[in-house]
Design a protein around this ligand. Structure first.
Ligand code: HEC
Ligand code: HEC
Length: 347
């Protein structure tokens, strides 16, 4: 409630700044002064959190995270021993896989684009349609899913118990409980929560380093929070409200409506965070948009009009320069993350 109030207050400040700016003599000067004053205010809403949150019933331990990483990259979790979580959630593409929709085992094309696992520690529900309520539960989904890893859980438990590293590592991570279905989910979820995007040029600018991003990106950030309306859904440091909206991507996928039968949820998908967005092409739940310029064109007016379309999706009337500024801003969200080392898998 409090957060909502702050957002409303800040958009009011922005509106008055914008009105003042248009009375200046040249459009350049107007844009520059508008962007300086307005963005200084918006930056307040985008500070990074200091700590990763872990749930009560699955607190962090080094032992769990190390074991979870091993499982995440172990293709033996799939039926044919050929696909790991990391095959689709590939760290080289900021935990996606550069395909519109991925191929699972045995070579089945999936119906939706692979989302990133970046910054999910702050998430509330999981999957594009939010059908999983915890990361622990979510992690077990793809192992058994026919089109993804198609693995029988009982067989997997037998297979893993034959690898002495795993029996020892589960015992260390979950003393007295050891290797079981639930603890596979807990270990993987713990590792996933450690996957956080690091400092990007945008963060350095938010913390006061004026030259960390270009003037075009600064103008783009102001547009993002005002005329382009992006921040009505992509809010806060990870650029998501964790809500569900129909943004007018054509197609028959009913999204959140498949989970909760309320008409406004037709074609509604979870708002993705925008960190490392350049590395995460193609975009949207169906991977149908391949560049950020296309994404901006989509929001500018390329969307499908239908009854469930979000009220915040309206023709924006952006100029070519404004579109370029928005893209320049989105590019500042990429962090120079430490390359992920693949684990040497136990035999
Ligand atoms: C064959 C490719 C593939 C494999 C293998 C795979 N995933 Fe996924 N993952 C997907 C797709 C596609 C989705 C989105 C499905 C949907 O929303 O309906 C997804 C969704 C997710 C999400 C939800 C993200 C969000 O924003 O809500 C998480 C977390 C995740 N996967 C983790 C895992 C883990 C852990 C494994 C291994 C146990 C794994 N995935 C294996 C393709 C894959
Ligand atoms: C009404 C809420 C809403 C607004 C307004 C909005 N978005 Fe989105 N955004 C979403 C949702 C929901 C998705 C996923 C939609 C889908 O796949 O069908 C998304 C997807 C995206 C993606 C792709 C992310 C990925 O992982 O594939 C980008 C990039 C993006 N939006 C940028 C923007 C920009 C830039 C603006 C402003 C011009 C904007 N959004 C306005 C809700 C919104």
């Amino acid at each position: 409630m409090l957060a909502k109030k702050t957002v409303i207050l800040i958009s009011c400040i922005a509106l008055s700044v914008g009105a003042f700016a248009t009375s200046e003599t040249t459009p350049e000067k107007a844009a520059a002064s508008g962007s300086k004053a307005a963005s200084a205010d918006f930056r307040k809403d985008y500070h990074r959190p200091a700590e990763i949150p872990y749930p009560e019933d699955n607190q962090f331990s080094e032992a769990k995270a190390n074991l979870g990483k091993m499982l995440f990259f172990d293709p033996r979790l799939s039926k044919e021993n050929n696909i790991s979580c990391g095959s689709c959630h590939n760290p080289s593409f900021s935990w996606e896989d550069a395909q519109a929709t991925s191929v699972g085992t045995p070579m089945t094309r999936l119906g939706r684009h692979t989302p990133t696992i970046l910054n999910l520690a702050w998430g509330e529900v999981y999957f594009w349609d939010g059908r999983a309520e915890s990361m622990e539960e979510q992690a077990l989904g793809p192992i058994g899913a026919g089109g993804e890893m198609a693995q029988d859980m009982e067989e997997l438990l037998i297979e893993l118990k034959e690898i002495s590293y795993y029996t020892g590592a589960f015992e260390e991570a979950f003393p007295g409980e050891g290797l079981n279905r639930a603890n596979i989910g807990k270990a993987i979820a713990t590792y996933e929560r450690t996957v956080v995007s690091s400092i990007a040029p945008f963060d350095r600018w938010v913390e006061g380093e004026g030259g960390a991003i270009s003037d075009a990106a600064k103008r783009g950030f102001t547009l993002f929070n005002t005329k382009a309306k992006c921040s009505s859904c992509h809010e806060g440091w990870n650029f998501t409200d964790w809500g569900f909206h129909d943004v007018g991507i054509p197609g028959n996928d009913e999204g959140r409506y498949g989970v909760i039968k309320i008409d406004v949820l037709k074609h509604a998908f979870k708002t993705p965070g925008l960190r490392n967005i350049v590395e995460r092409a193609p975009y949207m739940h169906d991977g149908s948009l391949t560049t950020l310029a296309q994404v901006v064109d989509h929001y500018d007016g390329g969307f499908v009009k239908r009854p469930s379309l979000s009220a915040d999706i309206v023709p924006l009337g952006l100029s070519a320069d404004e579109k370029a500024d928005l893209v320049a801003f989105l590019e500042t969200l990429s962090s120079n993350d430490t390359p992920v080392t693949y684990p040497k898998l136990p035999q």
